[in-house]
Design a binder for this molecule. Structure first.
Ligand SMILES: Cc1ncc(COP(=O)(O)O)c(C=O)c1O
Length: 378
């Protein structure tokens, strides 16, 4: 029995070793094969599972440069990425036109939302934010005793800045603007947001979450990041999860006044990893990737809108990698109908419980989605 077991173990070990060696060979080949070819082979093999267009991920990434950088850095994974993080911070500061002291790296931009939320929650103040919106910062603040003040979106499902300004009082410790907003995908008029941020930030920090802004048609005109360098009390959060297609690598950052950066950094409980850092560094240096990916996302968004319009459904004007539209039925029923067609859509977003959010996937995934929508909403 013992010898039977040990020969079984030996066989298993041998099998896994062979698989390991084969895995290494694949990795070596990846270093020399154009990443795009691998990319397409990997993706098309997974068609038996539901199409996952629920999490606002970006299946067009990571970029070839990021993949090559990770493979090259694999052997460095035995080290903490101290030096590499500093290089990334310098690169981010140069890109954003700010000082290194303004940059805080996060394990995803979610960590930036968490630590800033904790910081202001601990002061027990109120945070003014739009509903429905992305709630992570407010939930973090509430966990520490802060309070959220929710302001409904306007008729176009955009942030209602005048209504938000009207809710700011002596008790307000921060205002949060998600631009483009999740789940609606709408952007705020750039000039109005700038004027609002400059005015409001005289009294309290204004947090602008730009997780999806790289997907928008006119990023340069929309970004509020210059306000930080100009000395306004503004925080801008960015992520490598969306346009850069690195959601699984958990990399993001915040640009904020140096004093606030110093205060929130000790609240981090995680730290960035070698693969994420080298992939982020390579992504920022890949000049063509963002423009190409933005065009692919826009094409997917336009095609999805055409289907939704064709079905006579109302939708919010989107600028992210997702579309939010009115299904005309309870979201739970819609989710079930779509799942029956092998498509997984996003969770409910109260109070808009007849609306659904669909992320932009690969063209072949979107073809499955379009057919499913025509059936579910017929
Ligand atoms: C608006 C917004 N901000 C921040 C995040 C956090 O993303 P990550 O932690 O992957 O950077 C998300 C995630 O979906 C989001 O939708």
């Amino acid at each position: 029995m013992v010898s039977q077991l040990s020969s079984l173990n030996r066989r298993q070990w041998l099998k896994s070793t062979v698989a390991g060696v084969a895995g290494l060979a694949v990795a070596r080949q990846l270093l020399t094969t154009p990443a795009r070819a691998q990319h397409e082979v990997d993706r098309s093999a997974k068609r038996s599972e539901p199409v996952r267009i629920s999490g606002n991920e970006n299946p067009f990434g990571p970029s070839q440069a990021a993949q090559a950088a990770m493979l090259q850095a694999m052997e460095k994974s035995c080290r903490y990425p101290f030096k590499e993080s500093q290089e990334l911070i310098a690169l981010i500061a140069a890109k954003e036109g700010c000082s290194k002291d303004n940059v805080v790296l996060g394990v995803g931009s979610g960590e930036i939302l968490d630590i800033v939320g904790f910081h202001f929650g601990l002061q027990k103040g109120e945070i003014v934010a739009a509903e429905p919106g992305y709630t992570q910062l407010m939930r973090a603040a509430e966990a520490q005793g802060g309070k959220s003040v929710w302001v409904p979106l306007n008729k176009k499902l955009e942030h209602d800045l005048p209504a938000m300004a009207a809710k700011m009082t002596d008790k307000t410790s921060m205002v949060y603007v998600c631009n483009p907003n999740n789940p609606t995908g709408t952007v705020v008029n750039a000039a109005e947001l700038k004027a609002f941020a400059i005015e409001a930030s005289k009294k309290m920090p204004v947090f602008i979450d730009e997780a999806y802004l790289d997907c928008a048609d006119d990023y340069e005109a929309q970004t509020a990041v210059k306000l930080v360098a100009e000395g306004h009390n503004v925080v801008v959060a960015r992520t490598f999860s969306k346009i850069y297609g690195m959601a699984g690598l958990r990399m993001g950052y915040g640009i904020m006044p140096a004093k606030l950066a110093k205060e929130v950094k000790p609240l981090s409980t995680g730290s960035v990893n070698m693969m994420g850092v080298v992939a982020a560094t390579a992504s920022l240096q890949d000049a063509t990737y963002v423009a190409e990916t933005r065009a692919k996302i826009k094409a997917g968004r336009d095609a999805l809108i055409a289907v939704i319009k064709g079905l006579g459904k109302e939708y919010a004007e989107p600028q992210g990698n997702f579309v939010f539209f009115k299904t005309g039925m309870p979201i739970k029923t819609f989710q079930e109908k779509m799942l029956a067609e092998m498509v997984q859509v996003a969770r409910p977003f109260p109070p808009m419980l007849e609306w659904a959010r669909i992320s932009i996937g690969l063209p072949e995934e979107m073809a499955v989605c379009h057919a499913a929508l025509k059936k579910a909403l017929a």
